[in-house]
Ligand binder design. Structure first.
Ligand SMILES: *Cc1c(COP(=O)(O)O)cnc(C)c1O
Length: 355
């Protein structure tokens, strides 16, 4: 158990217009901070007014990117309560990310306690319009003022909160995706299975090029053979082929998404065959030609599911489900969002009340 010190802000910010929330631009009144120093371990957990941090220019994270983060949401249910979705999974994944980046891990229960405590302090920032939520961004980074290349001896664990609008205010529109054949996101043995900021830095260029050509995102291929599908943008990817759901196996270069995991658990519960394995882009385009590629979608906390309406690889085009969202994709979306916002029962015990 953390003994969290609370310093409230003297004056809260005005609440935003819930209709005009933009992702990640506006933050609540408070933030959580906790320090680490070799010999002392993680200490001084505190909730303080949200505001700038003071760091030396030599701060290690600026140079060597020793940093990891998480992303989850708090949802307001119809009875006005606030709940989290599988926060222990985020805690576990953060610890795994820390391990890979030589960062001292944060205890899983401390992580969940800190998230709950901060959301409680800013509880009235959790919006209540349909589809809106409070995005939670925990992150850990190296703070040694030192340019020597080795693991830092000091770190900061911070959590900030941002109210977000509905991801699909105009309804779900399937997106166009293109198979990236130049850049790769991750390789086995690297950091692809962790949520570290460096992965994102390396993926921005491909995403920008895709957008410039009229696509929403890229479909990443593996870094060695350049033929196995891994993820779509910063989401996991699932395909329905011949009545079966196929998704890239967690080989080390794929991020183990909690939405992916939840989809697979739902599908197995529904008796739909699921395969976690290597899958080539060629196999998918061949299936599309034969009419066997029935549905495709990305999964992630932000969008929940994002249907793919068209895939492009070189000169080839594969239109999926007539460019419309498929039935299984829609069912997964409805079920997951129903559980998250508490409009449907949660038989899996995935939701955790904030109190
Ligand atoms: C965060 C992330 C995902 C999705 O994970 P969720 O836990 O479902 O939000 C997928 N791919 C990458 C690269 C990610 O960073």
């Amino acid at each position: 158990m953390l003994d969290i010190q609370l310093t409230r802000t003297a004056q809260g910010k005005p609440r935003p217009d819930p209709a005009s929330l933009v992702f990640g631009k506006l933050f609540t009144d408070h933030m959580f901070l906790m320090d680490y120093h070799d010999g002392q371990g993680w200490h001084q957990p505190r909730i303080v007014p949200y505001g700038p941090l003071s760091l030396e220019p030599s701060c290690m994270v600026f140079h060597y990117a020793q940093e990891v983060f998480e992303g989850l949401k708090a949802y307001r249910t119809p009875d006005g309560k606030v709940q989290l979705f599988r926060p222990v999974e985020n805690a576990r994944r953060l610890a795994a990310s820390c391990q890979r980046l030589c960062i001292p891990p944060i205890d899983e229960q401390d992580f969940v306690q800190a998230v709950k405590a901060l959301v409680q302090v800013d509880l009235d920032w959790v919006p209540d319009r349909p589809g809106t939520s409070l995005y939670i961004r925990p992150f850990v980074f190296a703070t040694d003022p030192n340019l020597g290349v080795h693991a830092s001896h000091s770190y900061l664990f911070a959590i900030i909160l941002s109210p977000v609008g509905a991801y699909y205010p105009e309804g779900i529109n399937p997106v166009k995706i293109y198979v990236e054949d130049e850049d790769v996101r991750a390789v086995r043995g690297g950091t692809g299975h962790t949520k570290c900021g460096g992965n994102y830095a390396a993926s921005i260029r491909a995403g920008a090029r895709a957008e410039a050509q009229g696509y929403s995102q890229v479909l990443w291929l593996d870094g060695v053979h350049r033929k196995y599908v891994e993820e779509v943008g910063a989401m996991n990817v699932l395909f329905k082929v011949d009545g079966k759901v196929i998704t890239p196996a967690l080989t080390g270069s794929v991020l183990p998404g909690i939405t992916r995991k939840s989809c697979l658990e739902l599908l197995r519960d529904w008796g739909i065959p699921v395969e976690e394995r290597l899958v080539t882009a060629r196999e998918l385009f061949d299936a599309a030609v034969d009419g066997r590629l029935e549905e495709a979608w990305g999964t992630g906390t932000a969008a929940v599911v994002s249907p793919i309406g068209e895939l492009a690889m070189g000169e080839e085009r594969a239109v999926i489900h007539g460019g419309q969202i498929g039935r299984l994709t829609q069912r997964l979306y409805d079920t997951l969002t129903g559980i998250q916002w508490g409009t449907e029962p949660d038989p899996y015990g995935w939701t955790v009340p904030v109190e």
